[in-house]
Design a protein around this ligand. Sequence first.
Ligand code: SF4
Length: 340
Amino acid sequence: MLSTQSTSQNWQQQLARAFTDITELCQFLNLNPKDLPVSQQASEKFSLRVPRSYANRIKKNDPKDPLLLQILPISHELLSDIHYNNDPVGDLNAIAGRGIIHKYHGRALLINTGSCAINCRYCFRKEFPYAEQHLRRDAQSSALDYLQKHPSISEIILSGGDPLILNDARLKQLFSALKKIKHLKRIRIHSRVPIVLPERITPELISLLNQTDKKIIIVLHCNHPNEIDHSVQTITKQFIQNEYTVLNQSVLLRNINNSVETLAQLSETLFEANIQPYYLHLLDKVTGTQHFNVPKEEAIRLVNALRNILPGYLVPQLVQEQPGKPAKTVINLQSTPESE
Ligand code: SF4
């Protein structure tokens, strides 16, 4: 086993070596940027960031690779549309204090960081004002006071950005603070890191997570079966061995996973890796993501077709997050003429 210092350096070095330059990424993938609708301007607005372990899973010479399409800045992102805005899920109206969003009964969400290991072009929080709103270490006490004063909150969701991008010292400090809140039963970690930067899941991180007295739930964010390779399977096996609940949520994305075959394969691959398919989200309509949108009617047809070929436990719930609603909206699968 590697020492604490070397494993920690390994993932941080991997992160530092992530692709941030379009030309360099295209060279690595044997693609000519001139043949693609790449946009430097889009990358300046929301930077390109792709860890090498994820880039290795992108097929070379394939401009339509579904992993590439999730991370490549393109000119379509600069288009505006009145149905798209900067806060599509109403996060700003649910801010209960710096770094804390309290939207749903019994659960609150901590915005721990604005950083991620990868920058997904469809990200619903890409315009979130992290600089003013993320949970700075020196402002943590007021968020924790809020949690102490709300005994109805039994579950805390660590989100961001990506909470697993925080270093071990910061996570340790956060977890020990949460341990003092006795009415919290569960810590739910929403993260794409185990998928895109599996090197981050070190023995030290697992041991740190195991020091909590709360139940751990890891909600992964995987959109395509090609995102799961042997390294991801090894990580999720460790999660299960440590008795974490491991769920996945995907976003339904045009040209990436909007086919019955891909969605079925995604569910099968997730389950093979001990991950329970949980939610399939309609796109949150953040500005500049119109090209990813799959209309609700098409989504319903896809999920109904999935139900015909998969056992029920492999069919994720089709959901949509609507601002101001007390819970995610589960889409009624009977609501198109074709499905009746
Ligand atoms: S990892 Fe999640 S929060 Fe980060 S850019 Fe991707 S979708 Fe957004």
